[in-house]
Each structure stands twice: as C-alpha cells, then as structure tokens.
Design a protein around this ligand. Structure first.
Ligand SMILES: *Cc1c(COP(=O)(O)O)cnc(C)c1O
Length: 458
C-alpha cells in the first residue's frame, strides 16, 4: 500500500447493468401493492438494493470464464473436483457436501442431529439457521457476549461467543447439545467478527465436553480480515493462513457461497465425522441431488471454485471492509444511531433509538426501511421484531434490537451510489419524528418477514 487514503474499487466495470429511476409517486404505488413488505417489491422498482449481500454480488471476468468450463456430468464432473479442491484448500474437512444454498446445508445437518429436547448454542443464529433448528423441535440458544447485544458499545469482536455462558449450558444440559455453532461474522448481531482467541476458547470448551464445533462460515474471509486488522499478533499473517487456522479449529461447517463464495448461488456442508456425513449424504440425495453436485449445475460449482480464490485477495478485502465503513462513518457523522463498530458486509441503523416514539410491537425497523424506500428507492432489511418477534408457540414479543440492515452487495455499487444513500438517509433522519409504525395484516407461522403484509398506523 502506498500513501493514498482514498480506497478505490480494485476493479473496473466490464459489463454494464442499467438501473431504472423511479418517481416518488411510482414508489408509493409500489409500496401499497407490496403490502408495505419490501420483499414483495419488483426489484426493477428499486434504485439501490441493499436488501441483502446474499447472491447479489458481481462475478468477475474469470468467474464468467470459469462458467464456460462447467461440465454437467451427473456424477464425478471435473467441475465438482475443481469445487472440492477450492473448498479444501481453505477448509480441509474430510467430507464436503455441495448444496444449492446455505440453508439446504442447515436443513440437512439439523434433520440429522436435531429433535425435541435438544439444544443448539450459537453466538447468534441467523434466521434460517434458527428456523431449521426449531423445525426439528430443538431449541436454538444465542450466547453472544453482552457487548454484542448493545448497539452502541464499541468492542473489536462483538460477535464473540460468551464462553462462560457456553460452559454453563454444557455443564447443565451437555447431553442435549449435539453441536456448538459459531457464526462468522455474526450476521444477525450486526455483521460483527469473532476473534481467533474466542474461537480457540470455544474449541477448548468443546474439547472438554467432547462436543463438535461447527462454523456457520458464510463470511469467513471478511471475518479473517477483521482478525488481521484488529487482533494483536495477527497483523502480519496472510489472510489465507488465518482462514486455514479458523477452519482447522472446527469439526465442520455450513456455508452459503452467495456470501464469501462470491457466487450467485451455492453452498456446502463440510465435516469430518464419517458416520454423520453418510447420513447427511443420504438426505442430500433425497432433496438436493447426487453427492458430486448437490443442488448445483457444474457451471455453478466452477463459479464458486474461482470465487473462493478471489475472495481471499487482500486488496479486495481491504476495499470491501473500508467501503462499508465509509457508509457507516457518514451516517454516524449525520447523527444516525448505528450498530458500532461497523460490520463487514452491512451497516445497521438502530431504528429503536432513531424512532423512540414507535414501540417495538409497531415495528420501528419496518417504518424506517419503508421510509428509505419511499424517499429514495433504497431497499434495506428490517432485522428486529418483524424478523424475530414471533415465537414458535404463536406469542409475540419485542426482539433484542430493532435494526435496519443496509447490506452491501459485493463489487456491485460504486462510491457515488453510496453517496446517494447517505444523502437520502440524512433526509429521512431529519424527519424521523414524523414516521409512523405499522401493524401486521397477514403473516405465516414461521419466517414471517419474507411474506407478511402490513398496514401503516394512523
Ligand atoms: C445467508 C446466511 C445463511 C443462509 O444461507 P442461504 O444461502 O441464504 O440459504 C446462513 N447463515 C448466515 C450467517 C447467513 O448469512
């Protein structure tokens, strides 16, 4: 690195995708038609789509070239072997089971090990992870450190597991715990990283209680960059080295290649346990496909294989983390309450703090997300009481936090797009006191945020 401070996109544009501009009146009609659920919008009515960083990134020239190498043999495709080699170069687990997404890996794993009476600890379960655990009748317990639940508290590794709480859970209910999960980075807790020291400590506790430790590895490269940037003694290590050590601490992982796989689809389940792997492969064949392609085409396997080589590039990771912080710093300077420090893939607005006049059960996060769209065509995602407030027994309670996540697709938007988002968010913040809450008109029993419909409160 030389002395320049501006972090530029370490790539230039190769294929252009148009963005359709909309008027305020068009957006108002779109909201009404969507039942005020931003998941129901037509994506071409969205100007800047920060709904998720999942599968929405731009692929590289070399990934598109790799797609041409896709071999669609049903069994034993060379594309499968390219994928396997790329995964095992970072995560040398004995068994790698390809799936069409991360949640398919979760569904298979928890179908094999979850059942009523069992309990799965995690720093914070991602929404699909929690749903897949609970679907088996097992209990999903979040054991993130207390700082991880306080949006404004600064801590370099707010995604860390509360090791003492894990120790207590294992002492009390060890027989009911089939696996200990750690999510890197901690998506639902604000995209916060987990330190190497914490991962080692969790490993030590798991060893003492003879429990397997699994990673939800969706953002393993971003997490490794944070370790290199923030953890004493790690600053001189290549990111690839850190990733290999993190992988080596675990007994297995679930992965969505739509995140740090830099691909638009894909995932895997990887593990060392032969007997469990065999049970998982049998479930894979039932729902996903044969063991050398899972739910993926050969061309998808190639795109992931190449993506895994690109995501560990340190110029890319520096740009990625820095450009997320650029958005966070500008919103912070505008006085908007945020989860701090800023996560790797997203900036989280603290809607509960920003809209104190809207009680949690009137969904302040939903109100803020809707207003960002109404004002500027920006689509974020409520991560709060809409997402987590409905319990399996049908009761409703405020979630720990009411956030709006602005998730940044990888290698997709430029700095001027981000400057526009900053301008719109400042405008919305200046009118915060006039925003109103919502009530839910219709909702399903699980994962309601995807399909619920809303009505604005008077
Ligand atoms: C995205 C994600 C998942 C689920 O992956 P999909 O590919 O969307 O099914 C699981 N855990 C975390 C932390 C995630 O971010």
């Amino acid at each position: 690195m030389d002395r320049w401070q501006t972090i530029i996109e370490p790539f230039r544009i190769h294929a252009v995708e148009p963005i359709r501009l909309t008027t305020a009146a068009e957006r108002e009609r779109a909201l009404e038609a969507a039942g005020w659920n931003l998941f129901n919008l037509h994506a071409d009515d969205v100007l800047i789509d920060f709904l998720t960083d999942s599968g929405t990134g731009a692929m590289s020239r070399d990934q598109w070239a790799a797609i041409q190498h896709g071999d669609e043999s049903y069994a034993g495709s060379p594309s499968w072997y390219a994928f396997l080699a790329s995964v095992q170069a970072l995560f040398p687990f004995r068994h790698v089971i390809p799936t069409h997404q991360g949640r398919a890996a979760e569904k298979i794993l928890f179908s094999a090990i979850g059942r009523p009476g069992r309990v799965i600890p995690n720093n914070t379960h991602f929404d699909t992870t929690r749903a897949n655990v609970e679907y088996t009748g097992a209990e999903a317990v979040d054991l993130v450190i207390p700082e991880g639940r306080q949006p404004a508290t600064i801590h370099p590794f707010k995604g860390n597991m509360d090791v003492a709480a894990l120790e207590r859970l294992l002492a009390e209910r060890g027989d009911d715990v089939p696996v200990v999960f750690v999510t890197i980075t901690n998506n639902s807790g604000g995209g916060q990283p987990v330190s190497l020291a914490n991962l080692r400590a969790v490993r030590e506790v798991c060893d003492r209680h003879a429990k397997p430790m699994f990673l939800d590895g969706c953002r393993f490269a971003e997490n490794a960059w944070f370790i290199k940037a923030r953890e004493p003694g790690q600053e001189h290590r290549p990111v690839v080295d850190i990733i290999r050590e993190v992988g080596g601490l675990a007994d297995g992982m679930t992965m969505s290649a739509k995140k740090d796989g830099l691909a638009n689809i894909g995932g895997w389940l990887a593990l060392n346990d032969d007997e469990l792997a065999e049970r998982c492969r049998n479930l894979l064949i039932l729902t996903e496909g044969f063991v050398t392609y899972g739910g993926l085409a050969g061309r998808d396997l190639e795109a992931i294989a190449q993506g895994l080589r690109e995501v560990v590039d340190e110029d890319y990771l520096r740009y990625r983390i820095r450009s997320t912080a650029y958005l966070g710093e500008a919103l912070d300077a505008a006085g908007i309450p945020l989860v701090k420090p800023f996560g790797g893939h997203a900036v989280y607005l603290d809607a509960r703090a920003m809209l104190p006049h809207i009680p949690p059960l009137e969904y302040p996060g939903q109100a803020l997300a809707v207003e960002l769209y109404r004002a500027g065509g920006i689509r974020g995602c409520e991560i709060g009481t809409v997402m987590f407030g409905l319990h399996p027994d049908g009761t409703e309670a405020p979630a720990a936090m009411d956030l709006v996540r602005l998730a940044i697709p990888r290698r997709t938007y430029t700095q001027s797009h981000v400057d526009y988002v900053i301008e719109v968010a400042r405008d919305v913040a200046s009118r915060a006191a006039s925003l109103r809450g919502f009530r839910i008109v219709r909702q399903p029993a699980q994962l309601r945020h995807f399909t619920a419909t809303f009505a604005p409160r008077a």
